[in-house]
Design a protein around this ligand. Structure first.
Ligand SMILES: [Zn+2]
Length: 268
């Protein structure tokens, strides 16, 4: 089929083409097995396919591509009954998955404390409070169910700040940016970084950081803590974040607001 076709001819032909496409419903090729029960059902047109079929500016190639493609299905197709069953089952699975994910994250967070030379009982009340928070206030996970934290490192961080009676906001949104923690009393945005931290990403993130600082104010700092420090000495985390923040503010006073790259990382 020629791609260069007369647009007026196309307009006349489009109804015929849709008609032909629709008349082909009921053909052997237009039937498909329900993925779950195997019953033969009509293969539905997707909204996107209908859009192309009805668009007078669609080329012949585009239209016949859709018609040809209907001889196969890239996606599983369900009959209405099985569609409902599958949806319900999947939602239940996600819910259960998120619940278990929360429990495992919490357990791993406490193990982070247990591996260090500290009295875990100092963190008992805080961990109960954080666990309660995890059960009460959630963030969307896979679109349908919820988890409050992304990692055990974040849970452990929350516990140590709560234990020190320092108020935190978890996964706060600052304009379009989501940050791990906001610590209002310190005027700190705290980000927990994994081991992977590429040079390119670092540059990109510092632009994001300066955007966040512009919104919150000059007295705020974004502090990034690599997870290895959480695993090494979590007890010192609030104190280290505070002193790192002060250090950065001092540097800014000397440089007129500029932070050299060497100061962008957590040091202990
Ligand atoms: Zn079915």
């Amino acid at each position: 089929m020629q791609k260069t076709c007369n647009r007026h001819a196309r307009k006349i032909n489009v109804n015929y083409i849709i008609g032909e496409a629709e008349s082909r419903r009921g053909d052997e090729m237009e039937k498909i097995k329900c993925w779950m029960c195997g019953k033969e059902i009509d293969m539905p047109y997707t909204a996107k396919e209908l859009e192309v079929l009805k668009d007078p500016f669609s080329t012949d190639d585009e239209i016949f591509y859709i018609l040809d493609k209907r001889e196969m299905s890239a996606k599983r197709v369900y009959c209405p009954e099985c569609n409902e069953t599958h949806k319900e089952h999947y939602e239940m699975t996600v819910k259960e998955y998120c619940k278990l994910r929360n429990e495992i994250m919490f357990e791993r967070a406490l193990k982070i404390f247990e591996k260090q030379d500290l009295n875990i009982y100092d963190y008992r009340d805080a961990s109960i409070a954080v666990k309660q928070y995890m059960q009460d206030s959630y963030e969307p996970c896979n679109g349908t169910e919820y988890v409050a934290f992304d990692s055990a490192d974040e849970v452990a961080t929350a516990i140590v700040f709560v234990a020190n009676e320092i108020k935190i906001k978890v996964h706060a949104k600052i304009a379009k940016h989501e940050v791990d923690f906001v610590i209002p009393s310190m005027k700190v945005v705290l980000e927990i970084d994994g081991e992977l931290f590429h040079k390119g990403k670092e540059k990109k993130e510092s632009r994001r950081d300066s955007e966040i600082r512009q919104l919150l104010g000059k007295e705020w700092e974004i502090i990034r803590v690599p997870t290895k420090y959480i695993h090494r000495n979590i007890e010192l985390l609030p104190e280290n974040v505070r002193s790192l923040k002060e250090e950065r503010q001092k540097v800014r006073k000397v440089t007129g607001g500029y932070i050299p790259d060497t100061y962008s990382r957590y040091k202990s």
